[in-house]
Design a protein around this ligand. Structure first.
Ligand SMILES: *Cc1c(COP(=O)(O)O)cnc(C)c1O
Length: 366
């Protein structure tokens, strides 16, 4: 079976360095917000041109804490995409705000700025674009809407570390950029991990306070916070991996280019568009096809693992029934959810396996 991804290869390739980093963090004994977390925060912030990095427990908490740090809560509306992982709206709901969906663009599957504009009300406090599959959102129109209506921008960069739109890194456009180091993300650790990037000093200080029980000084608490810190051990691992991320991203791009070349003239396959100015990082390579479930079954029988990210758009999830949305409200997201299929994609996927995936996809379309 050609797997969707193989997390063991990177550890095998970097084993001596990763083992040494874990051992030295263990010997150092500063397990909470220790030297590796501090260094890694600086390294990520510098790499993606932000003033501050705040390491947190996971990507979901990064979103949650970002909303808290921007004072978004009960009575507020946050506009986001229905075509994303549940964590995006979970964070909005956890702080007591209301997720308001706007439809996605049919070519990029990212939030459609024109539909966002139509959903703004006096209660709207923020826009939360999601750079889905590692494709950067078109940021200028979103920034413009935010400026016009005095809204905050929180970027969900969980799938898009290193992606750029018009040369500017995702996560550096909005007020806070939220990242995940979940093992399967493009930069993954050996458990849960996350980070917020911010340029504003006050927002950064607030995030630091919120991740450690709402206090600046130990045992002096100013507000209700969370216990959500990036682990020292995970940071030690991530520091070994970070210098390799650009190479891994380039390997993903090369695979994507081969898939694209193989499929772009195939009228049975719709590809996610590469807009001019988008430097995608291909967290997933996703195709849109008719009879998606049939194609998936035939690929499985042929020995190719695929995945559906995500089968149910968020406005139709049971958990969000109280928001009052119905089937038909976001037709583009619904169509994408019905047709999307993600193909094997990870930096170490061999040329032979790539060719086999291409062959099997063609055969599965009949
Ligand atoms: C993975 C993911 C998250 C959540 O990250 P965790 O670290 O798993 O909490 C949020 N949003 C999107 C789009 C994701 O893919």
């Amino acid at each position: 079976m050609i797997p969707l991804l193989d997390l063991t290869v990177q550890y095998r390739d970097l084993k001596p360095e990763i083992d040494a980093a874990m051992q030295s963090a263990a010997a150092e004994g500063r397990y909470i917000l220790g030297p590796n977390v501090k260094a890694f925060e600086g390294e990520v912030a510098a790499k993606y041109e932000c003033a501050h990095g705040i390491g947190v427990g996971n990507g979901t908490d990064a979103l949650h804490l970002a909303l808290r740090a921007l004072n978004i809560g009960p009575g507020d509306e946050v506009i986001t995409s229905p075509f994303t992982f549940i964590a995006t709206t979970e964070a909005i709901s956890i702080v007591g705000a209301r997720p308001v969906f706007a439809d996605i663009a049919p070519d990029t599957l990212n939030l459609d700025p024109r539909d966002v504009a139509a959903r703004i009300t006096p209660q709207t406090k923020a826009i939360l674009p999601v750079h889905i599959y590692g494709h950067p959102c078109e940021m200028e129109p979103i920034m413009e809407l935010a400026a016009q209506h005095d809204l905050r921008i929180i970027e969900d960069c969980a799938q898009a570390i290193g992606a750029r739109w018009h040369g500017k890194a995702v996560g550096s456009w909005g007020d806070v950029g939220c990242f995940s180091f979940f093992p399967s993300k493009n930069l993954g650790c050996f458990g849960d991990g996350g980070m917020c990037l911010a340029n504003d000093q006050a927002i950064s200080e607030r995030l630091e306070m919120l991740r450690r029980h709402g206090g600046r000084v130990k045992y002096y608490h100013e507000e209700i916070g969370l216990n959500s810190r990036l682990d020292e051990l995970q940071a030690a691992i991530l520091r070994v991996k970070l210098p390799h991320l650009d190479d891994w991203t380039n390997a993903r791009r090369a695979i994507a280019a081969r898939y694209r070349a193989a499929f772009e003239d195939n009228s049975a396959i719709r590809l996610v568009a590469q807009r001019e100015g988008a430097d995608a990082v291909y967290h997933q390579f996703t195709i849109l096809v008719d009879d998606r479930d049939g194609v998936q079954t035939r690929l499985k029988d042929a020995g190719v693992q695929t995945m559906v990210y995500y089968p149910v758009p968020l406005h139709l999830q049971t958990v969000h029934a109280d928001l009052g949305y119905q089937r038909g409200d976001f037709p583009v997201a619904e169509e994408a959810a019905a047709r999307c299929l993600s193909l094997p994609m990870y930096p170490e996927l061999t040329l032979e396996d790539q060719n086999r995936v291409i062959e099997c996809v063609r055969a599965a379309l009949v």
